[in-house]
Design a protein around this ligand. Structure first.
Ligand code: IYR
Length: 224
């Protein structure tokens, strides 16, 4: 088959409009129940679920379909401890001044600080890496396009897949995140993009009021 070949679209499902409306409502209800949490139980999560969710993330659209991402799933206690240690060192600098007053003020309603026990408690951490160079075939070193957009989309798919599977997440962005490259044994040409904390909520997990305030449809959308 030539590289330019096209196939007929055979797996698209058309639903009656009534059913579409019901499905859109059901999806909205499901996704409204997604909340970032910062207290995780240490209950184990089977690897196969994480694998399926990463496969789902890997179906995201990307610039020229180069799929400029790599996911490192960590559930080894010693590695998670290293991530926590490094993250807390960097976050201390952040909270003790590097962030600046305006940023710290914006974070106050979330109640976050430099302590990150969830990095050890949660059964899985998924470090997402972006690749400036690559291509569709392993080993390709071509330019990748729309790298941030692509990796952001894949990360969104991943969060959604995890939520749909019955898992809670936290999008964590220790600043700076370069330490993840070494711990995750990734090459220099990749950049850490985000760290997802994955597992079940602890019994006393909370969501800050601030995070429950979502903008109205009118303020986020315009129909012309
Ligand atoms: N990376 C820090 C600070 C932080 C920044 C933003 I923007 C948030 O929405 C939440 C936290 C931390 O993880 O604590």
């Amino acid at each position: 088959m030539s590289e330019e070949a096209h196939y007929p679209l055979t797996d698209f499902i058309t639903f009656p409009e009534q059913q579409m409306l019901a499905r859109s409502e059901e999806y909205l209800d499901e996704i409204k129940r997604r909340h970032s949490i910062r207290k995780f139980s240490d209950k184990a999560v089977p690897k196969e679920i994480i694998e399926n969710c990463i496969k789902a993330a890997g179906t995201a659209p990307s610039g020229a379909n180069h799929q400029p991402w790599h996911f490192v799933a960590l559930n080894n206690a010693d590695i998670k401890r290293q991530v926590r240690e490094q993250a807390e060192i960097h976050e201390q600098g952040f909270y003790e001044g590097r962030a600046g007053d305006e940023w710290l003020e914006a974070l106050k309603p979330l109640g976050t600080d430099a302590n990150k026990p969830f990095l050890e408690h949660a059964p899985w951490l998924i470090a997402v890496f972006s690749q400036k160079k690559g291509g569709i075939k392993p080993g390709d070193q071509n330019t990748n396009y729309y790298v941030h957009e692509s990796v952001g989309l894949a990360t969104g798919f991943l969060i959604n897949a995890l939520h749909h599977s019955g898992l809670a997440t936290l999008t964590h962005t220790p600043k700076p995140m370069q330490f993840l490259t070494k711990i995750c044994q990734r090459p220099d040409n990749e950049r850490p993009f985000m760290l997802l904390v994955v597992g079940y909520p602890a019994e006393d997990a909370t969501i800050p009021h601030h995070a429950t305030v979502k903008k109205s449809l009118e303020s986020i959308a315009t129909f012309l």
